[in-house]
Design a binder for this molecule. Structure first.
Ligand code: HEC
Length: 269
């Protein structure tokens, strides 16, 4: 209800801005003003609170909470954890992003079945998914922490290299790569300017504001959703949740964003 009301107010504000005659040099200011307005009316805190409850909720065959989940900084340490993800985890021998690691904890700590835990990773406005709430809670604990994703481990380095290649890999009916839309400065589709994501100039701020609440559909969206939706726009098949490919792409973008203070969950149009 709150979410709906907020988005209606913001949509009205967006229309007002869109309708105003805006000169090129004023445009950036207007967009900044709009983004500030979005952030002020955003319900991200409600998602963080709900996520905190889910983090502590005992669930699964083992009737355990996620409070001992190790996101890379030690069991239960949340502060700054997201700013260092994705990372190599010795216990699984894999590079994992936030979402795949959370599911790993559901399976190992709570004794849940992988299929059950990943059955509904993307929610909707009426019923957000468990992962969307949890992601909002965990990333909020890195607010203000500089993104510092390491490629020192050889598998982490390999994931970064794979991600860089995937970013530039052209295929599908339109022969698009991510770079077709996000590799050229100043590109836009309709009203949305497309950030240059293979350079720190565009990647830093963009990556540091995901996951994000999307006002246009009143939903908290995870980073995996963002990648999947762009693959959909490219007419590629939908990537498998937590696959090495999506982790690698996330790794590439995160490393490119290194140094930026994390500032999410964000609020987007
Ligand atoms: C056909 C053009 C197109 C291609 C190709 C494309 N994207 Fe996107 N991408 C978009 C559009 C449009 C948006 C903004 C959508 C919006 O504002 O809701 C976007 C948004 C994003 C964002 C969030 C930007 C922000 O400001 O928050 C990320 C991250 C992203 N894309 C990553 C990728 C990756 C990685 C790939 C390759 C797998 C890719 N995109 C391929 C069109 C594209």
């Amino acid at each position: 209800m709150l979410a709906l009301r907020t988005s209606a107010v913001l949509a009205a504000a967006a229309l007002a801005i869109a309708a105003a005659p805006v000169h090129a040099q004023d445009e950036k200011k207007e967009i900044e003003k709009y983004q500030k307005m979005l952030a002020e009316g955003s319900p991200v805190e409600l998602f963080e609170l709900e996520g905190a409850d889910l983090w502590k909720k005992k669930q699964g065959p083992k009737n355990e909470s996620l409070e001992k989940c190790d996101l890379g900084m030690g069991p239960g340490v949340l502060k700054g954890a997201y700013a260092h993800l994705p990372r190599y985890f010795a216990d699984t021998g894999r590079v994992m992003d936030l979402e795949s690691r959370l599911v790993h904890c559901m399976v190992t700590l709570q004794g849940r079945d992988y299929k059950e835990a990943t059955k509904r990773v993307f929610g909707n406005a009426d019923k957000p998914s468990e992962l969307e709430y949890l992601a909002a809670y965990v990333v909020g604990k890195s607010r203000g922490v500089k993104i510092a994703v390491s490629t020192r481990n050889p598998k982490a380095k390999a994931a970064y290299e794979l991600g860089r290649q995937l970013f530039h890999y052209r295929a599908g009916p339109w022969d698009f790569s991510c770079a077709s839309c996000h590799g050229v400065a100043g590109k836009r589709i309709r009203m949305q300017s497309l950030p240059l994501l293979d350079k720190p100039s565009g990647a830093r701020r963009t990556y540091a504001t995901w996951p994000a609440y999307r006002v246009s559909n009143s939903q908290m969206k995870t980073f995996q959703w963002r990648l999947n939706d762009c693959y959909r726009q490219m007419r590629f098949p939908e990537p498998t949740f937590g696959s090495d490919a999506t982790v690698a792409l996330t790794m590439f973008l995160a490393v490119t964003a290194n140094g930026e203070p994390y500032d999410g969950p964000g609020t987007k149009r």
